[in-house]
Every structure is written in C-alpha cells, then in structure tokens.
Design a protein around this ligand. Structure first.
Ligand code: AMP
Ligand code: TRP
Length: 334
C-alpha cells in the first residue's frame, strides 16, 4: 500500500527561521513524514512577491533548506526541494489562473490585507496570483493533506475549489487535498509582546528566538521575556500571556504535559522557570544550529541533495502536468 501524500512549504524570507516556524511547522512535518509520502518545498517563487535582492534570495533559499534538514526533515525519505527547480509549478499556475475567477481571487484575505497596506501601485499581479501558484504546488503532487497555519486555510480551500472545478470540467486530474490546521497550542508569541505572533518580521529582535542564534543569545532572550507581577508559573492565556507562551514553548520542546511543568515550578519564581526554559532551548537548538551551519559550510553538497530531490519531484509533477495539458486540449508536441 502506498502512503497518502503530504505537501507543505515555507518562503525563504529570512536568514534564520524563528522557533514559531520550528514548533508550529517543522516539528509537525518531521513527525508526519513517517506516515506520509511527504513533499516539502522552499517556495522561492512565492518569495519573489516580496522585495529582496538576488544574492540575498539565493542565500536565504539555501539557509531555509539547511534548516529543514537540521530540524529533522530527511531528504532521503521526504522530497525536500526548491520550488523554482521544478518547472511544472509555474506552468500549472498559468493553467489554473485561467479557471480562477477574478472575484474569487479578490476575496483572499491575505491579498486584501497586503494590497490595502501597500497600495495598488505597490501591489504586484504576482501577489494577486500567489494563491494560484500555491494551488499548483499542492495539486501537482496529488496531495492528500496540507499542514499549514490558520492564515493559509483559505488558500487551501481555494485549491480544493480549483481541483474540483478542473476535475468536473475536464476529467479527473487532481486529488482534492485536505487542509490540516496546526493546533492552537503550537502557536508561539513574541517574547516581548505576547499579544503578537512571533514573526520573522517582528519590530524588535529581543522578542524573537532565531533557530540560528547563538545559544547564549537565545538564553538571554528567554531570561528577559516579558512576564507579569503575579509570580506563579501557571497557564492562563488571557491573564498571563507572557508566562503562558513560555509554558507552551517549554511543553512543545520537551513533550511534557503542562500541569507537570507547573507542578515542577510551583512555589518557585519566574527566574528559576526561565532558567529551566533557557536550558531546554539551548539543548534543543544547539544541535539543530550546529547541523544547519555544517550543511551551509558545504553548499555544493547541499545543492546536490536539493537537485536529486528536485529530480524526484519532477517525475511526479511532470506526470500531472502532462495529464492536465492533455485534458485541457493543448496539442501534444511530438
Ligand atoms: P511564515 O514564516 O509566516 O511564512 O510561516 C511558515 C510556517 O511557520 C507556517 O506553517 C506558519 O503557520 C508557521 N509559523 C510561523 N510563525 C509561527 C508562530 N509564531 N507560531 C506557530 N507557527 C508559526
Ligand atoms: N503560502 C504559504 C505560507 O506563506 C507557503 C506555501 C507555498 C505553501 N506553497 C505552499 C504551504 C503549498 C503549503 C502548501 O506559509
């Protein structure tokens, strides 16, 4: 029996991932790759919708791939590749754009938010068709499940609609994928501003734990995290957002239950608790960082791994694309 297929990806939009990406995405990907035939991409074509310079984009693409591997995505088991290495993505995106309604695409909230923020003149057509490219990513691989954050759910719903539309107009070409939304408990907030999601684009660096930070720097950031004046280590998202966030990180990284951690630190101060968490963070990320840096030290080898994986992706993607071209009536080249 073949395993069901899984697809996910992240944009290479920073030099380092932050621990929200690690806990909210990579840890789950790592676990899921056991029971699924998984495809993970570094979506560099999507990243072109944000301004960047060429050398930076190239570096961030390698760095993101290296962090996937360092976090436990195994390129010999899962197909881990760079989106632009597989030509079929851009080609299928064009086909899908011809069956996507203008109104339908205009209703995507991420597009509405971003275009409202940047203004029409600074908003590219690429930003508008971003979800269509994402649909192409997913549909090329006959994907069954797509693990993503809540903010991407609408894009996966669009992907389902496009798959169903194509299948009913032209014949079954696509598996209709299901979104798998990450658990609420996997959401990590900014250490300095626990009302905001931890993000690569945070205002202050002090609130973000970077995967590639020096462990001593991460430990310091934990020690300086915002808490409250109540003094008890207890999960209460509403009234104690700072402490609750630290507890979530602690539980996620150790696999321990929240009450057990609360018990361990009962009657002890935040200083002790933070020291404990700092140790956990250093222990978890020390080896991940070391492995990522080692991979980045040998870019030629990393590029070879990515190329071999792109070849595997090509095979699946080309078969889907050929079927789509045929079904939609493009004349086959001899
Ligand atoms: P992004 O960096 O926003 O493109 O997100 C890439 C992946 O990491 C997505 O699956 C997000 O849902 C996840 N992610 C990003 N930030 C966080 C966070 N603060 N907490 C949990 N998951 C996150
Ligand atoms: N748009 C996704 C994000 O910003 C990244 C992405 C691109 C993706 N293609 C995908 C995620 C396909 C899942 C499946 O997080």
């Amino acid at each position: 029996m073949s395993k069901p297929r899984l697809y996910s990806g992240m944009q290479p939009s920073a030099d380092s991932l932050q621990i929200g990406n690690y806990i909210g995405a990579l840890m789950q990907w790592r676990d899921l790759q056991e029971s699924y035939e998984a495809f993970f991409s570094v979506v560099d074509l999507h990243a072109l919708t944000q301004p960047s310079n060429p050398a930076d984009l190239r570096a961030k693409t390698r760095r993101t791939a290296a962090q996937y591997i360092a976090a436990g995505i195994e390129p010999s088991r899962s197909t881990l590749y760079v989106q632009s290495h597989v030509r079929a993505h851009a080609e299928l995106a064009w086909i899908l754009s011809t069956i996507t309604g203008f109104g339908e695409a205009s209703r995507m909230t991420q597009f509405k938010d971003k275009s409202a923020r940047y203004g029409a003149d600074a908003t590219s057509v690429g930003l508008f068709t971003y979800p269509v490219l994402m649909a192409a990513d997913i549909l090329l691989y006959q994907t069954d499940i797509v693990p993503v954050g809540d903010d991407q759910k609408q894009h996966v719903e669009l992907t389902r609609d496009l798959a169903e539309r194509f299948n009913s107009r032209y014949g079954e070409a696509f598996t209709v994928p299901m979104p798998v939304i990450q658990k609420d408990t996997a959401r990590i907030y900014d250490l300095q501003n626990p009302a905001a999601k931890m993000s690569k684009s945070a205002e202050s660096d002090a609130g973000v734990l970077w995967l590639l930070d020096d462990p001593a720097v991460s430990a310091k950031k934990v020690m300086r995290a915002v808490t409250d004046s109540d003094g008890t280590v207890r999960y209460d998202r509403e009234n104690k957002p700072g402490v609750s966030n630290l507890l979530v990180i602690y539980a996620a990284l150790t696999g321990r239950q929240m009450p057990a951690i609360e018990d361990e630190y009962a009657g002890r101060g935040y200083g002790d608790f933070k020291k404990g968490l700092a140790d956990v963070v250093v222990e978890e990320f020390g080896p991940v960082r070391a492995r990522a840096l080692e991979l980045l030290d040998d870019p030629a080898e990393l590029d070879r791994v990515l190329a071999a994986n792109a070849e595997r992706a090509d095979e699946v993607a080309d078969a889907t694309l050929a079927d789509v071209y045929d079904k939609i009536g493009l004349l086959r080249r001899l």
